[in-house]
Design a protein around this ligand. Sequence first.
Ligand code: SF4
Length: 367
Amino acid sequence: MMYCFQPNLLDNNRTGPLVSELWGLRGKCDMGIAGYISDRSNIPIKWIEKSPKNNGATGAEKLASERGVLLLRNRTSKFIDQFTHPLGRCAKFYKLTTYNNCNFWCEYCYLYLTFRTNPVSTHFVNYDKMFKEIIEFDRTNIPDALRVLNLGELCDPLAVENVTGFAERLIPFVAKHARHTRLLFLTKSDDVDSLLDLPHGGRSIMSFSLNTDRIHRNLEHRTASPEARLVAAQKLQKAGYQVRFRIDPIILYQGWEDDYIDLVRTIFKYAIPERITLGEYRPSTGLANHIRQRFPDSVLLKINESLTSDGVKLRYPERKRAHAFRTIIEEIRRQDPSVSVSLCKEDAAIWREAGLDLTGLRCNCLG
Ligand code: SF4
């Protein structure tokens, strides 16, 4: 049976600042950058001795203690490494890890599971090490499609831009010092005004993760509304950035067809996408417990019951997801037949069933 969102669930976005506390890891934190962030945000740094672990709280209290805080510390592992999908359903793109975790409160966020032992949102402040790695990356001999550093795999890279001002430094740096490299920001934020006048040199791709209003209001707490994201996309496109969209996670509920068709029509009112990538809701089997600890009444726990098991993931049956992809792709084609469309983490059979050709390596995370 398909889930039906209740009207009284439609307005549960939480309000207030995303970050109310800044913490710093004593002795393991670039003081210059940490001081800059504290001055810029006007939030004093509380110094701690160890990275905080799971605190045992539940519900909104847990979310506030994990995602109402931004921990500043140096990164000891590499900033740049290659993503490898365990089932080979994804290209081996490169990621640039500048944040771990996120300050938004999406109910389906897989980072609750990924960072279950280090749940506090973290920003890595030893930018010097990161800049060196970017320059080394820029000098490597790799195919053009992979010369993109994806900033959205383990965070939303613009969620707290007003606090850190990080993208304001990174975007011009790459334009000036790493001319063979591109950055890929994937976001649900609309906080882009500080990026519009930067000398970006066409080296940054701005990709907005979008969903229907119903999914936003029920599940994507504290994020910008889909329309606000589209307004931000329009501003960035006018400022010369490449703009992409990702419709993900596609969730099938009563009325989904009309809502997703409306979403596609709205996209084209605001921007000319370079590419649109689609992904269906595909939670890891271990995620449900982490959702329950934070959102005990989440509708996702019900929706998960209608999914089938596929290795470590729960997914909609193939026939259903191919139908959903086809429905959305047909509307994209009606709006603009020339837009590049791709699927996220689907095998060749689903691409074919969705009516997509498989020539050329393309998806949101590739150049
Ligand atoms: S914006 Fe992305 S990373 Fe942030 S909470 Fe939502 S799903 Fe997670």
